[in-house]
Design a protein around this ligand. Structure first.
Ligand SMILES: NC(=O)c1ccc[n+]([C@@H]2O[C@H](COP(=O)([O-])OP(=O)(O)OC[C@H]3O[C@@H](n4cnc5c(N)ncnc54)[C@H](O)[C@@H]3O)[C@@H](O)[C@H]2O)c1
Length: 499
């Protein structure tokens, strides 16, 4: 069941191809139960494969606390799928009549308050909602592939869509870590696909006219402008391209070229068999035998790296990611904050992931620190260190860690970390973690000293009253536990006496 504000408990998905499977992954990985209809007998396998890739991407993307996964149910009809759902998304093939039939079939099944969104890339919502009895809850929520990583979703209302439905849908997308872009004016192709289609049309002309191969066109995008777009988009990039005089100079310099013009505008090359064969053959050569799932993983790894780089600058999709990580932190703090019964209860659980394992066949030593760091974050959330506390300019920084490796953790092992607060004062928190494997064997311990800081001035400062009271309360209760025999150890070898 979903926890974050704005998320539905259960979502009904109609169509589980590239986009529907991506939606399924994004909802499931945010703890939402998914009911899904797709007539393709292979749908379950395909969704499973996309979900595996999505889990992998999310693990690499963020250390934020991810909710427990929702449950996935495949259902045999659209009407049964949406029954009991509090949000519905249609991602069937891009055929207006098919979509209209599907939308009116489910319209009569769910209550009139339930938003029904279409993933259409460019069909007008006013036309799609025509046969519905409750058209006011229908709108377009146009996502981008891979839906589980890219934050943009264009929200476009039809003539009969209510503002409340737009608001509710935007809240759901935001709670999923996406960034809804409200399309002000209903228009074919919305905003993004109008841009993409112009580029796509020119790309096809360049191949049709034998100016470039498929690979050469892709290089022209990915080695140049494509790199800029993730950070700056078209207008900001061109402002900088205008030099010190900015946009006015850029328009003066390149404005005339628009009238020459360099492009073929809305002319479309005829998709003859010869052109199709050429594009497909060149595309196969470019793929060099790589299967689609493998290619998706390569794409995802690159996207994760780009998103993380953008996050360091607080720019574009990186800013959206940082905001969502704060919200995930706040969600867990709300659930766990202030709990008083910590003795012996694991503050953190993790499973050893295949990529944690090094050449020795066990988890790399850095992963132990990662797991203990996550346990420390869990403790801080219980003390009330949530997004608001961090935004207020307060945090705890770890200043010292002593990690003892006592056993080996292998891929797939379930780990649990229990935490004892050894001492707490206004500025310091002294903790001792124990990591156990599935059979209860202690695999590692970590003793840490944390300093409370005022992040505005970058100096140690007293913790806020409530956080301090909780820390002191925990330390007092944990003082009744035996002192761990590894606490206070230092590393050293007896040195030979100097001559
Ligand atoms: N592929 C993209 O990049 C992309 C991006 C954004 C939006 N979209 C839009 O998303 C929608 C789906 O596109 P896609 O790329 O996932 O297509 P797709 O061909 O990968 O998937 C469509 C799925 O719908 C299923 N289907 C067929 N008839 C159905 C029915 N009656 N009810 C339910 N499901 C049915 C098919 O079996 C298939 O699995 C389209 O409207 C498309 O415009 C696509």
């Amino acid at each position: 069941m979903a926890e974050a504000a704005g998320l539905p408990r259960t979502v009904g998905l109609l169509g589980a191809g590239v986009i529907g499977a991506g939606w399924a992954a994004r909802f499931l990985l945010h703890g939402v139960d998914v009911r899904l209809f797709d007539p393709d007998p292979e749908a379950e396998r395909k969704v499973g494969e996309v979900l595996d890739n999505a889990r992998r991407a999310l693990r690499r993307l963020t250390l934020a606390p991810i909710p427990a996964e929702g449950g996935l149910t495949l259902v045999s009809s659209p009407e049964e799928t949406v029954a009991g759902c509090d949000f519905v998304i249609e991602s069937a093939p891009e055929r207006e009549q098919l979509k209209r039939e599907l939308l009116s079939a489910v319209d009569g099944v769910v209550g009139p308050d339930v938003v029904i969104a279409s993933s259409t890339s460019g069909l007008l919502p006013s036309r799609l909602q025509q046969d519905m009895r409750h058209p006011e809850r229908m709108l377009v929520g146009h996502p981008f592939n891979p839906v589980y990583l890219l934050p943009l979703v264009e929200v476009c209302a039809g003539q009969r869509t209510s503002p409340e439905a737009v608001e509710r849908a935007a809240a759901v997308y935001s709670a999923l870590g996406m960034s809804p872009l409200i399309v002000r004016k209903e228009i074919d192709g919305f905003i993004a696909d109008r841009l993409l289609e112009a580029l796509w049309r020119e790309a096809l002309w360049l191949v049709n006219d034998d100016v470039a191969t498929v690979s050469e066109v892709d290089d022209a995008v990915r080695l140049g402008a494509g790199l800029r777009w993730a950070a700056m988009g078209t207008f900001q990039s061109y402002r900088i391209a205008g030099g010190e005089d900015g946009m006015r100079h850029f328009l003066a310099q390149f404005g005339p070229a628009l009238e020459w013009p360099w492009t073929k505008l809305t002319d479309v090359p005829e998709l003859t068999d010869e052109l199709l064969d050429r594009i497909v053959a060149q595309s196969d050569e470019q793929a060099d035998g790589m299967g689609v799932r493998e290619m998706e993983r390569l794409r995802d790894d690159c996207l994760v790296a780009v998103l993380q780089a953008l996050r360091t600058q607080g720019v574009g999709a990186g800013a959206v990611l940082a905001r969502h990580e704060r919200a995930l932190l706040g969600g867990v703090a709300k659930r766990d904050g202030g709990a008083e019964d910590d003795e012996g209860r694991p503050l953190h659980r993790a499973r050893v992931q295949p990529e944690w394992v090094d050449y020795n066949g066990h988890a790399h030593e850095s992963r132990y620190l990662q797991v203990f760091g996550d346990a420390t974050d869990g403790l801080l959330r219980r003390l009330g260190v949530d997004a608001a506390y961090l935004d207020g300019g307060h945090s705890f920084f770890t200043v010292e860690t002593h990690l003892s490796h006592l056993g080996e953790a292998s891929a797939g092992d379930d780990l649990a970390v229990t935490t004892q607060v050894l001492a707490a004062d206004e500025k310091r928190l002294h903790v001792f973690h124990r990591m156990t494997g599935g059979d209860g064997e202690v695999l590692a311990t970590a003793e840490q000293m944390l300093l409370h800081v005022d992040t505005g001035v970058g100096r140690a400062a007293p913790a806020d009253g409530e956080v301090l009271a909780r820390a002191r309360g925990l330390a007092a209760r944990h003082a009744t536990l035996p002192l761990p025999h590894r606490a206070g150890r230092s590393i050293g070898m007896a040195r030979p006496a100097s001559a």
